[in-house]
Design a protein around this ligand. Structure first.
Ligand code: B12
Ligand code: SF4
Ligand code: SF4
Length: 381
């Protein structure tokens, strides 16, 4: 136990690194510039259907962390690196999955580590202190605090990145009601680069540092519960969960270290293909993705994404599984997107057009769901 903030800060940082975090920094509590950006972002409707982000309770908590931990003095920010690469062989079989999501759910790993850190703070460092941990789990401006704590700067793609770690990292925090020595923010090093803005296929980075979630492939494939807007589908390519394009082109990621966390390493999904995914039933989906973030999309949302990827690839061999899904799949959201994908295949392959149109015509007339009938009709048009 110590009362010297400098000693306590040094011990705390050593403990965080020992727990496997790649970086740790401290921010003092006080209004964040990010709060204004956040309010402007909500006012512009850029949160889309993520309504919880705009609720009064959520906003108040984000603006006043005292509501989270009474007497809060410091925000300890940590970063954990996730894998820096994807496998081309797996991409070819199942489409692209964002690197952070290809292994075990990072929330579980962050939770394990942050709980250990928090318990150590409460028992060893500051007995009797009040604290709370977060990792994408609550009403806190994680990037804004990480920026203040000197973990990195906010890149033009709006992510936190650093010279030594790049941007393939995930953030977590422990809020503490004790004084620690704060770190200084680091200088922005994007310079004149605009690669992330230029590469984004949906133009979701509407201005430097500003992402309109409604246009972001990550939002469309993970957060959107209903149909993916038709006009957005072609730009999604074969991303079936999340998107990494704006980070892949970032020059600072050339220096990004490999993840040291075995649980984050990609599941190879051996034996799975897009066609086979289309036949997955609910119990198998739950089992296959039991510890994966992909579970979050639910079977229907995931297969919706699979259909979009198949439609964009427009490979002839997808015609049969998509036709079968259009006729037999129980979830309307999947049948609707199968109809769209079949339309894409019909457009790309003259030899398959007749059969595809017949299947679509049947769905247009007989499907029990209005969304599917409408999608089939649009695909025929
Ligand atoms: C909602 C959300 C999303 C949404 C919206 C993303 C967005 N850019 O706003 C969607 C679903 C699209 C998304 C996607 C992704 N996300 Co997300 N997401 C969140 C969440 C829950 C809230 C973010 C938020 O409040 N957005 C609103 C904006 C206004 O806030 P912000 O992005 O924090 O804002 C910063 C900058 O944008 C900047 N800013 C905003 N406007 C302006 C204007 C000006 C003029 C300036 C100068 C600056 C500026 O200020 C803020 C910081 O100072 C956070 C967790 C959390 N509680 O913070 C994770 C989080 C941001 N996501 C994360 C990740 C990993 C991703 C993805 C990389 C996943 C993927 N591979 O598919 C993508 C990246 C897409 C992208 N380019 O941002 C990580 C980011 C780690 C990092 N290195 O930064 C977080 C922190 C989760 C975590 N604990 O690790 N995400
Ligand atoms: S994650 Fe993909 S869609 Fe979203 S801003 Fe980055 S490049 Fe654009
Ligand atoms: S790609 Fe360029 S502009 Fe975008 S975050 Fe990286 S350095 Fe900054």
């Amino acid at each position: 136990m110590t009362h010297d903030p400098a000693v306590a800060t040094a011990r705390l940082k050593a403990r965080a690194l020992e727990l496997g975090f790649e970086a740790v920094g401290v921010a003092t509590v006080g209004p964040l510039e990010a709060q204004q950006h956040y309010e402007a972002w909500l006012a512009a409707g850029r949160h889309g259907d993520m309504h919880w982000l705009a609720s009064d309770k959520h906003r108040q908590r984000r603006h006043e962390p005292e509501r989270l931990v009474p007497g809060i003095r410091s925000v300890v920010c940590v970063a954990m690196c996730h894998p820096v690469a994807r496998s081309a062989e797996r991409d070819a079989r199942v489409g692209r999955i964002a690197r952070y999501a290809a292994g075990e759910d990072y929330h579980r790993i962050m939770k394990d580590r942050l709980l250990q850190l928090e318990r150590w703070i409460q028992t060893e460092l500051f007995p009797g202190s009040g604290s709370l941990w977060y990792a994408d789990t609550g009403a806190i401006l994680e990037r804004g605090w990480a920026e203040r704590a000197g973990l990195g700067w906010i890149g033009k793609h709006s992510g936190v990145l650093s010279e030594s770690l790049g941007s393939w990292l995930l953030l977590g925090e422990v809020l503490v009601d004790r004084e620690l020595v704060p770190d200084a923010p680091v200088r922005e090093r994007c310079g004149t680069c605009t690669r992330c803005i230029d590469v984004c296929p949906t133009r979701a980075i509407v201005a430097p540092y500003q992402v309109d979630a409604r246009l972001c492939i990550s939002y469309l494939t993970i957060e959107t519960r209903g149909p993916i807007p038709r006009e957005m589908r072609p730009a999604i390519g074969d991303w079936i969960f999340g998107c990494d394009l704006c980070q892949e082109v970032c020059p600072w990621n050339r220096f990004a270290p490999e993840s040291r966390e075995a649980r984050l390493q990609a599941n190879t999904l051996e034996g799975w293909t897009l066609e086979r995914f289309l036949q997955i039933d609910e119990p198998t989906f739950r089992e296959l993705f039991a510890t994966s973030p992909i579970r979050r999309a639910d079977r229907g949302g995931f297969l919706r994404n699979v259909c979009v990827a198949m439609g964009n690839r427009a490979q002839a061999e997808y015609a049969a599984p998509l036709t079968s899904a259009l006729a037999n799949e129980p979830e309307p959201i999947v049948r609707a997107h199968a109809a769209w994908a079949l339309g894409q295949i019909a457009a790309a392959h003259e030899s398959l057009r007749g059969a595809a149109r017949a299947a679509l015509e049947h769905a247009r007339q007989h499907d029990g769901d209005a969304l599917v009938r409408e999608e089939a009709s649009a695909a025929l048009a």
